[in-house]
Design a protein around this ligand. Sequence first.
Ligand code: ADP
Ligand code: MG
Length: 526
Amino acid sequence: MQASTDRAELRASGAHLPATELLRCRGLVKSFAAVRALRGVDFAIAAGRVRGLVGENGAGKSTLVKIIAGVYAPDAGTFELEGAPMHFSGADDALARRIVTVHQDINLVQTMTVAENLLLNNEPTYGFGIIRRRAMAEKVSQLLRLYEIDVEPDAVVSELPNDLKKMVQIVKGVSLDPKILILDEPTSSLTESEVQVALRLIRRLAESGVGVVLISHYLNEIFAVCDDLTVMRDGEVVADGPVAETNLAQVVTAMVGRHVETHRRAEATPSRAKESSPLMRVEDLSIPGRLDAISFELGHGEVLGVTGLAGSGLGELAKAIFGADASGRLGGRVILDGKTVPPRDPAASLKAGLALITGDRRREGLLLDFTLKENICLPILSRFTGAAGRLDGSAMTEATTRNITRLHIRAPGPEALASQLSGGNQQKVLFAKWLETRPKVFVMEDPTIGIDVGAKAEIRAIIDEIAAAGVGIVLITTELEELVTLCDRVLVMFRGQLVTELTGAAIRRESILHAAACGEELAVPA
Ligand code: ADP
Ligand code: MG
């Protein structure tokens, strides 16, 4: 197995260090309003060791890390730092004790240069005056060379791609000379070679005695560099111990726990999908460095799930199918109902019968200051326009009211502003808008993200209903629940490639998670 070779290499010299405990937390509890993010968590960090922290989205990993970093105060629980009881009074206090955290979000000062960011809060003897610039630049160049980051010290952070921003953020953390270094999903936005640099850096730090915590969904990375592993689920620690004493299958099982699921569509559709020629064929969609020759077919009335980790190319794929790609380097083609859709032309895609709901409904989907009527009828204005170019307002009202009823949109009426609605109801308006274009294929990215449980269930029912009417659905999502209960087939992406296809009863949380985290299929039979 790939992971064990890497691991032998990466861990070769650090295996026999004595484990001195740096930090221990006991019984950490933290709630946000009704959400119990941590329900009594014990966690320890030892000098010279790397502890992996894994768990599904929402398990509580970032909350735990933010408490250790002094960002949040826990509701209950105790800390010991090198054996002595202690209280954190905030993030600066944690930093002063050399507990450094590289948070999940990029928190660099975007308007400053790489050099300024790297030295911020770090080099009190240097000002930002002209005289010191040269000395600063030299120190920074040295850091960047040491960590193999190909970026100019004078580059403004806002202009860097995300992977380089992340690398700068990591180096900034390391340059603070930590005793404990916590990395919250550092690798999701990195390229393959940057991942290798980061993993080597982590091992090197551990060998010099730093206690490292690594949060990652990439289980192969966890197995490659970690000495110990903590698995969290629903705010609790469900497994904890040396990496050498566990394996991938055990870890995945601990992550997902027990779930009772029904595959409502599992039997009905494969035959439906096969009965006729495919509704849509996607051939070799590529964006250099982001999407690698993605090909698949979609049947009439089929719900095809596509999933993967953050950074695996899901967002790019959604836009690429619709011909909406900002890079200008999109290759491949989409064939809908036997006809090639003109490439790189969203308007032509729409005309050919494609609809797209992106993951960012606030920015790209709805006009919040406009009425429901305007939002729903805007893409299809021609249908309501008479010979003299006059809009038929009553037909628009009628179409809007029909959608309000059909999708159970809770709103005062067609003239209500989109901004007045809850997130779930806004999402339904977005569905209405696209359904009115009468699409043949509906591509949706994270259609239920950020909305409450009740609205989630309603939107899933709507998706099921649309498919039952013969529309092909590409459901791009990271929600396991949605993939397992709603999809006829699931494709898994890994760093820009399609790596696995699961059908019917083989669509299980474990299999999906494993393929997404490792880029390969789960070898263990069902
Ligand atoms: P993970 O990092 O494992 O994905 P988090 O620690 O971010 O999980 O979240 C754990 C739970 O706490 C989730 O249900 C999340 O929605 C909730 N949560 C986290 N931070 C906040 C916050 N600032 N306000 C409200 N809820 C939060
Ligand atoms: Mg997190």
